[in-house]
Design a protein around this ligand. Structure first.
Ligand SMILES: O=C(NCc1cccc(CNc2ccc3[nH]ncc3c2)c1)c1cc(-c2ccc(F)cc2)cc(O)c1O
Ligand SMILES: [Mg+2]
Length: 214
């Protein structure tokens, strides 16, 4: 039977990356996507911006919405301090299956909890299920029409504290107009746009970094 793109991406990792070396996993995926097949990873250009935000925030609790094949999951987790935890939500079971194997190849299972299901259901359960008080950093990279409702849900569930950082991918392409309008105009956020390009292309895209003011 025909393999899927995530399966071919995983094989490229297993063929070209060194077990236990997260940076080699990131490099192998970027090379695969540049040379063989485009895939919707945050990519290396936006990935460097992601790295700088993670390093600046030095988060202890991270939430990622949208795991896909685990590229940004591995990228973030490789920069976390020893006892920090990353919870990543993935709705698509086929993506989750691949992501678990990519995360394992990088040797980052201890820092990452991959949860399968929709954000709308799991966000309200974060405190009781995972003992999370608040998130220091949230990386939004799932369905673009879910960014705004899930941000409001995070606020309502008391999962954001003064200084929590939201970092959103694809605010230009495919675009998240309602989310951008909200974080840029709400008095409860200080927002900043990092201009970049859609992964592996010359098309404009960018990340929006928003600090929750409480
Ligand atoms: O759409 C995108 N990504 C989201 C996405 C997409 C499909 C499936 C899922 C299933 N995963 C999922 C769903 C709902 C969920 N709720 N909670 C967790 C959770 C997880 C997620 C995307 C598209 C493009 C893009 C495509 C084409 C093009 F021409 C230009 C640009 C570039 C990106 O960087 C992108 O990130
Ligand atoms: Mg994305």
């Amino acid at each position: 039977t025909q393999s899927t793109r995530p399966q071919r991406l995983l094989h490229a990792v297993q063929k070209n990356a060194t077990r236990g070396d997260p940076r080699s996993v990131v490099k192998a995926i970027d090379n695969f996507c540049r040379q063989k097949e485009w895939a919707m990873n945050v990519g290396d250009e936006k990935g460097c911006i992601l790295d700088s935000v993670v390093s600046e925030v030095n988060p202890v609790t991270v939430l990622e919405l949208g795991t896909y094949c685990g590229y940004s999951t591995v990228r973030i987790a490789s920069l976390l301090p020893p006892h920090a935890k990353l919870i990543t939500l993935e709705f698509n079971p086929d993506y989750a299956k691949i992501a678990r194997q990519v995360i394992a190849w990088a040797g980052l299972e201890d820092k990452i909890q991959l949860v399968e299901g929709p954000s709308g259901e799991w966000i309200p359960k974060m405190k009781e299920q995972f003992g999370v008080k608040t998130f220091d950093l949230v990386f939004l990279d799932h369905w673009k029409d879910r960014y705004l409702p899930d941000t409001k849900l995070l606020e309502d569930c008391g999962l954001l504290r003064k200084g929590s950082i939201l970092l959103a991918d694809n605010v230009i392409c495919p675009g998240t107009p309602d989310y951008l309008e909200y974080v840029r105009n709400s008095p409860r956020y200080k927002s900043q746009y990092f201009k970049s390009h859609l992964e592996y292309t010359k098309v404009e895209d960018g990340l929006e970094k928003s600090v929750f003011l409480g």
